[in-house]
Design a protein around this ligand. Structure first.
Ligand code: GLC
Length: 719
């Protein structure tokens, strides 16, 4: 197909239409042709909005086919249909923060492919996934969509999602992925969404940029620029980020799309004096498609007349768009894989639900267990299932076309498992954000908790309490939930707290009363069934925290790969010392650290043996670091062995630990295996003051253990 020939035939208006993207419902004009819905807020004319090159946010194959058919009556270049398929299309698996907790890239790939099958049959051509923004501040609502605080984990999860969605582009269900939000959107000041990002270039490149690069290196088809400014410049206009780094240094010559009205918002940022300047800045920086604003449509003709934008710049953007449409075969078949009947067969199908259950089991993290778990199902324990989220599905924010009512509640599932006579219910508290204790509800829960073998208390956050725009200044469960917990504990000693959340919550007060704490994240369509398998020991926990859980929100941002400082606090519990890096009122450490998670069994990790203690700088050399891991408990379990490295002295101060690899291994009781890690020079590289990626000779510590608190270490040198 001769794309350049097509472009040479197009008018400027047709080209600019290709460079615009609107919600599907913008295309619905009334019979008289006037523009309705959000388009009218964008003061678009019917012809402007109808000519658009791509749409987002539509409801499925039937709508996609209807829109495409109608569109092709008047236009020859088919529409691209894009959607946020973040953790499932209709059959929903755990939020990405939970998927990261699985530390299982194969699982993430399989779930992404499952989502792609449902999405492509539903008419989706491109998914706005993976979101790879590193986040160190639990106040930010979009922790739920991320892989958490660690750069290495962020990179492996980015790659797994790109591969899972895109595959080899040979299967009809492979769909292009779009990595977002470029760049450093998760570093918003004070964890407040859309807020400015003020960051040094060294930490920007060291901690925040690698996951975007990992997605680009994995062949991602699109990049989305973020809402935030980075050191005063909005990302969609940031020529240094988008053109110098992404396009020139990383060689990304495919499509770049702005976030939703992000170009329009340049004025609000105070970066642009009006639509013309916004359009010029964005196109010049390298943004090809303007999502849900119309500065390209309205201002580029004048900018070309004034010689501020060239037709070559426009043609280059249009060429990238048409190349993706050609790659998807849309010129031959504008409907691609859309098939409503096939989609319906896939939604909530047995294999898809089974995979979502497996994912929810592997994402869950056991934070505390005084021995109350697992419950013995054969003994038919009497239970109270209580709490504001005890009888509802919990599928999380960004759950696409998923339906909360298609996910069963914990009460429903446990009643089925044990029989109605054995399982009581009490809501006990309202689930709203700042709900106040309700005496009557609490009394009722207390009454029903008496003489039960155990209580399962479902607390935390509802799906809408995290996600886009949903930052929180207080990250504790509400007063209503905490009072309910205390009340139930006062009459029943066995209280298993299940936390649903889209972020780390401050669980210090929960920890005091709970016999066990299970972090379920927002587990999706099969969350309650997964919880049942875990509580009864039919499945064992293997999730580990992808983000530190603070003791108190005042510690945010808090993360394991911190700097030592010149005055480190050596004894976390000692508050007698002065003039050291500490708080007067809270420890420095998190309540639960990155990489942490319990199992129903226990594991021992031997001291580290090194094949040698000096790593030569020349290529190909490596050290093998080995440990022996043993299952010292009574049931099969999956250990997660993590390798961290610390550069003891460098020209830019390095963190006290950095994750460089992890290995999961299943062990039967008493079984032991040797785990080897290959230590290579590239693991030691970092960005120096000149932003060059370098390795510096000297001494290093390596740590191998079960979470980022491990002290199991060995010393080696780079010579
Ligand atoms: C939203 C989000 C972005 C999403 C886009 C389209 O505002 O920031 O992640 O892909 O709009 O829905």
């Amino acid at each position: 197909m001769n794309i350049k020939a097509i472009i040479s035939e197009m008018t400027l208006e047709e080209k600019l239409a290709q460079m615009s993207q609107f919600n599907a419902n913008c295309l619905d004009t009334t019979a008289s042709g006037e523009v309705t819905g959000p388009a009218s807020e964008l003061n678009l004319t019917a012809s402007e909005v109808k000519a658009t090159g791509s749409v987002l946010n539509f409801t499925g194959a039937l709508e996609m086919i209807r829109i495409q058919e109608k569109f092709l009556e008047n236009y020859s270049i088919p529409l691209l249909f894009m959607q946020d398929v973040i953790h499932g299309y209709r059959t929903i698996y755990p939020i990405p923060l939970g998927m990261a907790a699985s530390f299982d890239t194969d699982l993430v790939k399989r779930c992404s492919t499952m989502a792609a099958k449902e999405a492509s049959a539903s008419g989706v051509h491109v998914t706005f996934t993976p979101m790879v923004d590193i986040v160190r501040d639990a106040r930010w609502g979009r922790c739920m969509e991320s892989a958490g605080e660690d750069t290495y984990l962020g990179c492996v999860m980015a790659r797994a999602q790109v591969e899972g969605f895109q595959g080899d582009f040979k299967k009809p269900y492979n769909i292009p992925a779009c990595v977002k939000h470029f760049a450093a959107y998760g570093a918003a000041v004070a964890g407040r969404d859309y807020n400015a990002v003020e960051i040094g270039e060294q930490p920007l490149f060291e901690y925040y940029m690698p996951p975007y690069k990992a997605a680009v290196d994995a062949g991602v088809e699109m990049v989305m620029t973020s809402f935030n400014t980075t050191n005063g410049i909005p990302s969609s206009a940031n020529k240094w980020l988008v053109d110098e780094i992404l396009r020139k240094e990383w060689g990304f010559d495919k499509l770049i799309i702005s976030d939703y009205n992000a170009i329009g918002e340049m004025q609000m940022h105070g970066y642009s004096s009006g639509e013309k300047q916004s359009a010029m800045e964005a196109l010049s920086a390298g943004t090809d498609i303007e999502m849900m604003s119309s500065t390209f449509l309205k201002s580029i003709p004048a900018l070309i007349d004034e010689g501020k934008i060239t037709m070559e710049q426009v043609d280059r953007a249009v060429e990238r768009i048409l190349r993706l449409k050609e790659k998807l075969g849309l010129f031959k078949n504008p409907y691609k894989n859309a098939d409503a009947k096939k989609a319906e067969r896939l939604y909530l199908s047995k294999p898809h639900k089974a995979l979502c259950k497996e994912a929810a089991e592997k994402a869950a993290v056991l934070l505390k267990n005084d021995g109350v778990l697992p419950l013995n199902k054969d003994k038919k324990p009497s239970l109270l299932i209580a709490g504001p989220y005890a009888d509802m599905g919990m599928i999380g924010f960004w759950s696409c076309c998923g339906r909360e009512d298609e996910a069963k509640g914990v009460y429903t599932v446990f009643r089925k498992a044990l029989g109605a006579r054995k399982v009581a219910f009490a809501k006990g508290a309202d689930g709203a954000l700042n709900a106040e204790p309700d005496k009557a509800m609490i009394l009722e829960a207390k009454r029903r908790a008496r003489n039960k073998d155990a209580v399962i208390l479902c607390l935390g956050e509802a799906s809408g309490m995290s996600g886009e725009g949903n930052s929180r200044a207080n990250i504790e469960p509400s007063e209503a939930q905490l009072e309910l917990l205390k009340a139930v504990k006062s009459v029943n000693d066995k209280v298993i707290v299940v936390i649903y959340s889209g972020r780390p919550l401050a669980l210090t007060k929960v920890e005091k009363y709970a016999s066990a704490i299970i972090e379920m994240w927002q587990p999706g369509t099969m969350g309650a069934e997964a919880l049942s398998s875990l509580v009864f020991g039919e499945a064992n926990f293997e999730g580990r925290l992808p983000q530190s859980f603070p003791r108190h929100v005042g510690q945010c941002p808090i993360y394991y790969n911190r700097m030592n400082t010149g005055r480190p606090k050596l004894d976390d519990g000692d508050f007698t010392k002065m003039y050291i890096s500490q708080y007067l009122d809270v420890e420095n450490t998190p309540l639960y650290p990155f990489g942490y998670g319990l199992s129903y069994t226990s594991f021992s990790v031997s001291p580290i043996t090194l094949s040698k203690s000096a790593l030569c700088e020349n290529e190909g050399d490596f050290i093998t670091a080995s440990v022996t891991v043993k299952n010292t408990g009574k049931v099969r379990g999956v250990a997660n062995i993590q390798l961290y490295i610390r550069d003891l002295v460098a020209s830019v101060v390095r963190p006290v630990k950095e994750l460089k690899a992890f290995k999961k291994l299943s062990l039967m009781p008493g079984e032991e295996k040797t785990v080897d890690f290959k230590i290579e020079k590239d693991m030691l590289a970092f960005y120096n003051r000149e932003l060059k990626r370098v390795c510096e000779k000297g001494d290093f510590m390596l740590f191998i253990g079960q979470d980022s608190d491990t002290a199991n270490s060995a010393k080696f040198s780079l010579v």
